[in-house]
Design a protein. Structure first.
Length: 101
């Protein structure tokens, strides 16, 4: 059992849902998040009265699943990212689960 976490900009939500389905990962959860990059201009402009956008609207998916499904998921995500025309790739990480109930 492993925990896979996938993040993407909100515009790719439907694409990520299709990716999970194609990878046969049927049980997962999602959460809306704000994504940030530590660009110097953002850090210099950050203050209480800033009129700038606070972050990119993003989404995070996570699932407890087996290694075989995760391997397929990573292959599909790599293919998806290779065909992107933006600088916002879908990202994924795997975390081992030592114990669960």
């Amino acid at each position: 059992m492993k925990l896979v976490i996938v993040t993407a900009v909100e515009e790719f939500q439907e694409d990520v849902l299709k990716i999970f389905k194609k990878a046969n990962i049927e049980n997962f959860s999602s959460s809306d998040i704000d994504g940030y990059k530590n660009a110097p201009s953002l850090l210099m402009a950050a203050n209480w009265f800033s009129a700038g956008k606070s972050g990119n609207e993003s989404i995070m998916f996570f699932s407890f699943t087996n290694k075989e499904k995760i391997d397929g998921l990573f292959t599909i995500i790599k293919e998806f990212n290779n065909n992107l025309e933006t600088n916002n790739p879908v990202k994924a990480i795997v975390v081992p689960v030592e114990r669960f109930i």
